[in-house]
Design a protein around this ligand. Structure first.
Ligand SMILES: Nc1ncnc2c1ncn2[C@@H]1O[C@H](COP(=O)(O)OP(=O)(O)OP(=O)(O)O)[C@@H](O)[C@H]1O
Ligand SMILES: [Mg+2]
Length: 240
């Protein structure tokens, strides 16, 4: 991408994030007042007031949806300031899989892991967790009739590599070409920010996010994060 184009995009991103912030304040006033109206009408026997109450409830639901859209957008648009700490990626993945275990079981998805030995990697744990969660959630959602989720880690040419593989519906070349686009979604209630957010977080860590997929077979997302050079790794230097 040309520098000028990158600058323009960054500027548009800042504008949009500013706008989203501005919308939040009147939105929360709306929400607070609707909440009070709801309390006023709650338990009424009057037919007209009951109708008003159901409209207020509908409006409250819509404001909640708007708030969610804004939060998703801000999470995506906000330039992240990374809080880098040496992190055990395998442990992080175990935490995520433990958290999503019940969800996987409910969806009849068998979770398999093959966690290789990895040195600690300097990452922002919370952000990386979010990126991984997005990938794992997508994998689960791609297997409506159940299947297998495989999470593999290994050291690969100076990178820590994480593969998230599913045996789900896979992607056509058209979906593959667009799946990292902001707001692109093939799901009924998807916002289409999961993958662009994940990729952005990984790029902020100087890493890469790759994808292979085949319709009817499944998809594999591959994250690569640069490892510190052996000399920089704590606890592995030979004392003089
Ligand atoms: N593991 C996968 N298998 C098949 N298709 C996938 C997979 N992951 C992503 N996709 C496709 O890429 C699209 C974009 O994914 P993304 O996570 O950005 O948005 P979403 O999942 O639709 O919505 P959101 O994550 O915001 O709830 C999905 O709608 C789906 O078509
Ligand atoms: Mg998603």
């Amino acid at each position: 991408m040309q520098d000028k184009e990158a600058d323009r995009l960054a500027f548009m991103g800042q504008l949009a994030a500013g706008l989203a912030h501005e919308i939040r304040t009147p939105l929360s006033t709306l929400q607070a007042n609707l909440q009070m109206l709801q309390e006023d009408f709650e338990g009424t026997a009057d037919e007209r007031e009951r109708r008003a109450l159901s409209r207020v409830k509908l409006l409250l639901k819509e404001t909640a949806r708007l708030e969610e859209i804004l939060n998703d957008f801000l999470r995506f648009a906000a330039g992240h300031k990374l809080d880098l700490r040496p992190t055990d990626l395998n442990r992080l993945l175990e935490e995520i899989l433990e958290f999503l275990g019940p969800e996987a079981a409910r969806r009849k998805v068998r979770v398999l892991t093959s966690l290789g030995e990895l040195p600690r990697v300097a990452v922002d744990g919370n952000l990386l967790k979010q990126a991984l969660l997005n990938l794992v959630m997508n994998a689960l959602q791609a297997m409506p009739g159940g299947g297998e989720l495989m999470v593999r880690t290994q050291e690969w040419r100076g990178y820590a590599q994480v593969d998230v593989t599913d045996t789900g519906e896979g992607m056509t070349p058209e979906v593959m070409a667009r799946c990292f686009d902001v707001y692109y979604s093939t799901k009924k209630s998807g916002t289409g920010l999961g993958l662009p957010t994940a990729r952005r977080i990984i790029h902020e860590h100087d890493g890469t996010l790759g994808l292979t997929s085949e319709p009817g077979k499944g998809s594999c997302f591959t994250i690569r994060l640069p490892l510190p050079k052996p000399a920089e790794r704590g606890g592995e230097t030979i004392p003089l």
